[in-house]
Design a protein around this ligand. Structure first.
Ligand code: 8YV
Length: 320
């Protein structure tokens, strides 16, 4: 039997992923899923051939300098890689991979949940029922916003954005998008391209964020962009919390400049800006975008496929 490569998995994985990792690798897995301080996981990485990390582990250039020499490959269990200095990892001669595509549909489902949850005042409705404060049906109780005939702006029309568009069409929304580059016509499926985020905002009765967090997109949803949106618009974020300026969004929700927001991700999560908790017009989820059994398995298998390819001397299917 050939020698098994040594792998550190920094977070607990779904059972099927754990089984495969343990059968194919000499795998050390974070036993209690406590987020390990940097020094602790770096120490655990000593002597390992590869790391399977999540977005909780930050790979800055300084961390790259301190990685044990034995570590030749890093697979992140995420599509997003803003927690990794990819250039520094590559410059150190290591390979780094992510998990694109496999989570598109699950995240798009959560985007629709956030959109509907916000538009139809689900948090307020739930609270009323659970608190026993519901006194009965009213013609004017918790009136929300229609999706049919409204315009949905999608910021970032990659795989997740396109999966959101497919679902939203079924709800009668007209699709607009802004992306670094215009999509080929067959991928647009009738969606209207906007050259700028400002132009997209101006037609977005609903605005859903599905772009990566980059230097360019961080803080993009600010006072100026919100001011360009139609009155009573709804904001949805399933991408990364730092794309929105929390002060701007909270002010707009408080003044009802925005009708509502549906948020699955937060700057500094899980320590989100506490003001969100007190706002009735936000529908909040704890970063559930990719959280289905099939999707989380597929993400793990994607990491393992990359590791298998790397150690077989083949190109990694989803190398960054
Ligand atoms: C991950 C995500 O589960 O893939 C991403 O980028 O946001 C989530 O699906 C999470 O980041 C853990 O790595």
């Amino acid at each position: 039997m050939s020698e098994r490569h040594r792998l550190l998995i920094t977070r607990r994985m779904p059972d099927a992923v754990t089984r495969r990792a343990q059968s194919d690798y000499d795998a050390v897995i974070n036993p209690d899923d406590r987020i390990m301080p940097e020094a602790e996981w770096l120490a655990a990485a000593e002597g390992k051939d590869a790391l399977m990390i999540a977005s909780s582990e930050k790979i800055t250039s300084d961390v790259v300098d301190r990685l044990p020499g034995s570590v030749r490959m890093i697979a992140t269990y995420s599509v997003g890689y803003e927690h990794i200095d990819v250039a520094a990892v590559k410059a150190s001669g290591r390979i780094v991979t992510n998990t694109p595509d496999v989570l598109n549909e699950a995240v798009a489902d959560i985007a629709m949940l956030c959109l509907l949850g916000a538009a139809r005042r689900s948090y307020e409705g739930q609270t009323l029922v659970r608190n026993g404060a519901w006194v009965g049906w009213h013609a004017t109780m918790l009136l929300g916003k229609d999706l049919t005939g409204a315009r949905l702006g999608i910021l970032g029309m990659g795989g997740i954005g396109r999966a959101v568009a497919r679902r939203a069409r079924g709800f009668g929304l007209e699709i607009h998008y802004h992306n670094r580059s215009r999509l080929p016509e067959d991928q647009e499926e009738g969606a209207t391209f906007h050259e700028s985020a400002e132009s997209l905002a101006s037609v977005s009765d609903f605005l859903s964020i599905s772009c990566p967090s980059t230097e360019e997109t961080r803080g993009m949803i600010n006072d100026d962009l919100i001011a360009r949106m139609p009155p009573d618009a709804v904001l949805v974020n399933t991408a990364r919390g730092d794309i929105v300026d929390d002060d701007a969004v909270i002010a707009a929700l408080t003044s009802s400049r925005l009708f509502a927001a549906g948020l699955d991700v937060f700057r500094g999560e899980p320590a989100l800006d506490a003001r969100y908790r007190d706002l009735p017009n936000v529908f909040l989820l704890p970063h559930l975008g990719s959280a289905t059994v099939n999707t989380r398995n597929a993400m793990g298998f994607c990491c393992l496929d990359n590791l298998d390819a790397f150690f077989a001397g083949k190109p990694c299917p989803t190398a960054l």
